[in-house]
Design a protein around this ligand. Sequence first.
Ligand code: ATP
Length: 943
Amino acid sequence: MAWAPEARTAAVRGADGTTLEVLRALGSGPRGLVEEQAEERLVRHGENTFPGRRPDSWPRRFARSPRDPFTAVLLVLGLVSAAVAAWGTACVIAVLVTVSCVLRTTGEHRADRSAAALRDLLATTATVRRRATAGSPPLTRELPVDQLVPGDVVLLAPGDVVPADLRLLRATALTVHEAALTGESAPVEKCADAARLPDRSGDGGTPASAAPHSGHDSRTTTAPCASPAPIRHSGTGAATAPEGTAPRGDGRAPAPVPDRPAPGPGASPLGHPHLCFQGSSVVSGSGSGVVVATGAGTVLSGALPRADGRRRPPSPFDRSVNGIAWTLIRFTLLTAPLVLIASALLRGRGLETLPFAVAVAVGLTPEMLPVVVTTALARGAALLARDGEVIVRRLPALHDLGAVDVLCVDKTGTLTEDRPVLTLSEGPDGREDPEVLRWAAVNALWTLHLSELPVPDALDEAILDAAEECPPGGDLFEEFEGIEALPCGPGRRLSTAVVRPPGDPRFALAARHTLVVKGAPEDVLERCARAAGAELDATGRERLARRAGELAAEGLRVLAVARAARPARARPYTPADERDLDFVGFVALSDAPAPSAAEALAVLARHGVDVKVLTGDHPGTAARVCRELGVAPGEVVTGDRIDALADAELSGLAVRTTVFARCAPEHKARVVRALRAAGHTTGFLGDGVNDLAAMGSADVGICPRDGVDVVREAADVVLASKDLTALDRAIVAGRRSTGNIAAYLRIALSSNFGNVIAMLVAGLLLPFLPMLPAQVLVQNLCFDAAQLALAFDRPGPGAQLRPALLRPRALLRFVTGFGLLNAVADVATFGVLALAVRSLGEGEGQSAFHAGWFTENLLTQALVMLLLRSGRHAAEGRVPGPIRLATAALAVVGLLLPLSPLGPPLSMTPLPPVYYGLLALVLVVYGGLLAAARARQPSPSGV
Ligand SMILES: Nc1ncnc2c1ncn2[C@@H]1O[C@H](COP(=O)(O)OP(=O)(O)OP(=O)(O)O)[C@@H](O)[C@H]1O
């Protein structure tokens, strides 16, 4: 990977020397900066703006605008005209390029500014430690990420996006995802103390497990990671080492941590286990670090163009709008040589036809497409944001949202309220037993207390609420002391708390430890060896699993509870210790369906969106919830079954299936990929770290505003709440924007195509050029200005009923059909003109012909805009403001320009009045044919 030298220097500097040396070099300490110091640094270093978020200035954007492919084509045509000294054509092309660049730059600049304002609404915060004055104690508070400065001490927890480049001061089982930087999908272990990491670089680092321990629990904060992350309690009497130092097993004063040697100049700082980089995300564990680089100085900032280019596969927007654009460009580039060859072969003309050929090619170019696309999408996004319900983080995502025909959602919190309430606590014999709830509560309490989860787990909170009200009650904090927690995590469906009776920490190892486990019945039961004092054999396990299934079929969320007593030990616990357990019983919780979910699902179905539920929960629970919401669950497919299928088999199954249960993150991602492979435009709505992979695999990632940071950063669309009704409105808004873009393409391309054919026919039939290059280009300017109104149109209801995807083939068919119709109208006009100008002399006759055709072209364009705007309903319904104004203006210019003082310079003279009568006749017939052909067209969403 290549990064900016500045980024490399800052990162390498952060890796260089001991932790204390780094802190000293940064003028900071483990207690964080003083507020005044931080303010002064903010002025000096500037804001820590996330790379890629700094909007470009207008002039810079304008300077870049000719890089757009359509503008580039126009510039090439302009240069060709200048090369053959066709200065008129070259000048008009220059005007055209300037106008389109100014419009596009202004549109994009405005869209960018409002997108930046929207992103500010979602401003991610970081947890920092700062002091009010040098003598005051440190306070931990949330700070907008852009306010971070070098030297700030930042705390990290699962789900956090690392807000700047950090040198770790403390790390507890910390693993981070560095895919944004390295493309590596597996989480990477990070450690504050390089010497304690497993030896990966051959520098003699000592694994923590080999470190000596004192007689009491020496649970330090810098041990290496295990997966999933064990979370250590620092309040068990262990001497917690001051940050930047290594705790000693002998209880003496901590010693400075020996560090790995710094990498040489030019070496990748990414290899450092004690550096965390902006843009990576915390998967598990926790930690703190001092900021070594912010803003443009971060490694991500230096590597962004490459990182960005690698991240996103082509979206539906790229495939449709961009695909169409490139087809048109190829076509346009072919036009000029074709015209030249045809007029040379058929009329024996030479290079003098070049300006005309260039003008025809320019006439074919929909140079306003980028302007219309940006305006239509930005307008749709702004309208959504105004209601405060939906924020579109990436403009093309609005188009993609409109194209979504399959929406994958999780169950908890989307279809249900995620406010579980305990309904049952029963022992192995099926009888009510409050003891089961008590053990579940012990697990919940210490898991919540010891794990730094991004959001408290709703199941744990519900269990604690129920335990408080349930006799014998008692203070669970006093009853046990928590030592360690292995929480649930992506793909892990159980949690374990290790507890012991409270007592003097010096005798900690004399007491026994109890592992309290709760989680998915299948996962807990397979780790149980006994139930109700007797051995648990396969039959017993099956009976209990059946009971769990019965409870789940009632729509309850079922958790099995188990425990095991173990001799006390200092060594950390890992998932391997979750075995040989005593089954205690089941707790079950009800989670009511979300009030608006049933209605929202029905509306989505009416709008042609197939909703699929991808949940980590029990198949029975998922199926029941779906039924309660009026959705037939059909056969539920579980994660195990997904594992057994090849990609091609999964595609077929995924399309047929509505509910997927017991899904780990990779199952959700595979299902999403399978649906895309089957040709569906797939959206994914999720809010947890375990949804990240699926979000990245979907065409559109959607996340509620209170989702964890890393998921929100990955999402294309953010919802104020996890409400499917709001999402439906966003989908409809996306379809409207796409409808407008499609209308522009249909109208611009079919009239351009028709004109080009007519010009070629006329060029071959007539002894003179049917239109002078300047006329072609002025006409083009008028079309462009009028067609901009399409970005502001309100498409008819037909455009919102089905997923709207621009399909190049369907568009091509449409353009060919309607273009030919347009050409027929033009050729009919030739006949009319021939009649009307018959009596005029040669020169005047040509000018009158040019004027007549100019007027006809603008009038037919106005007619096309009215009749083809947005589906068959448009022809019947009300014509909205901007279109009415634009078409009226076109008609006025078309009728009056040849009569105005601008007429003669453009070689146009007034026509005899009889022409207007005949023209009206042609327009009426053309309008009738157009409306009839439009009525026979399939839905506008297909274009
Ligand atoms: N706090 C917890 N303690 C123990 N087990 C849990 C806890 N939270 C979840 N589980 C178990 O893990 C399973 C999967 O949880 P996960 O969070 O992946 O999905 P979910 O919340 O059930 O559903 P969804 O994927 O729809 O959000 C749960 O069904 C439950 O059995």
